[in-house]
Design a protein around this ligand. Structure first.
Ligand SMILES: CC(C)(COP(=O)(O)OP(=O)(O)OC[C@H]1O[C@@H](n2cnc3c(N)ncnc32)[C@H](O)[C@@H]1OP(=O)(O)O)[C@@H](O)C(=O)NCCC(=O)NCCS
Length: 186
């Protein structure tokens, strides 16, 4: 796997490696129950945020199971506003994408713009064949993002998860490299 060339610049954003200065901003939005609602664990304690930022800052991406975890910053406005992650899944050419924004950064298209850059990274430099997103069917904001990115709804798994005290239906969205290329070209 090649080294990942960072930062990545999009029209309005900079995607870069996390560093220790991101901790307070990261904790501010990951300590909110509303951010955690559709994420696997509870709202993060400060210790958990420290662990995550440390792990993200030092990410290594050279084998299945590894994650690319990129900090999202608005160009001209330094400071963390969210993150986008790409996980290398087992199998040939498979990856999973995920995203989170601070509440004040939502509603501007930033997450879709950042995720688009990471799909381009995944299909380009990293050479993946298929990238999927797995989400709670009640997470309408994430489903809308998948649709905006041109991802196909492949599966609806009823009551696949039990978390946050209730059963949840999982949606699987995916996009293939050729579909992404056609979308970017067209
Ligand atoms: C999922 C999440 C990242 C989506 O955030 P979001 O702000 O809705 O998504 P985007 O940043 O792509 O913004 C899209 C919105 O910005 C609007 N927008 C405004 N200006 C825009 C512009 N210049 N370009 C594109 N969209 C723009 C879009 O119309 C859309 O609004 P709508 O939802 O009212 O239609 C956010 O809800 C979140 O962080 N949730 C908590 C964590 C989470 O659940 N993560 C996913 C687990 S699967």
């Amino acid at each position: 796997m090649p080294d990942i060339a960072l930062p990545i610049h999009t029209d309005r954003l900079i995607l870069r490696r996390f560093d220790g200065h991101d901790l307070d901003a990261f904790h501010a939005y990951h300590s909110l129950p509303e951010t955690a609602r559709f994420l696997p664990g509870p709202a993060k304690s400060f210790t958990k945020s420290m662990e995550s930022v440390g792990k993200y800052a030092n990410f290594v991406f050279d084998k299945e199971g590894d994650w690319v975890c990129l900090a999202i910053e608005a160009t001209g406005s330094p400071g963390l506003v969210g993150e986008v992650v790409l996980k290398w899944l087992p199998g040939c050419g498979q990856a999973e994408i995920g995203w989170t924004l601070a509440p004040e950064a939502r509603g501007k298209g930033y997450a879709t713009e950042a995720a688009g850059a990471v799909l381009e990274l995944g299909f380009g430099e990293l050479g993946f064949h298929r990238i999927e997103a797995r989400l709670d069917a009640l997470n309408y904001a994430s489903a809308a993002m998948c649709e905006r990115l041109g991802m196909r709804l492949e599966a609806r798994h009823l009551d696949k998860w039990h978390y946050k005290g209730q059963w949840a239906t999982e949606l699987v969205y995916a996009i293939l490299v050729d579909e992404w290329r056609a979308r970017v070209a067209g």
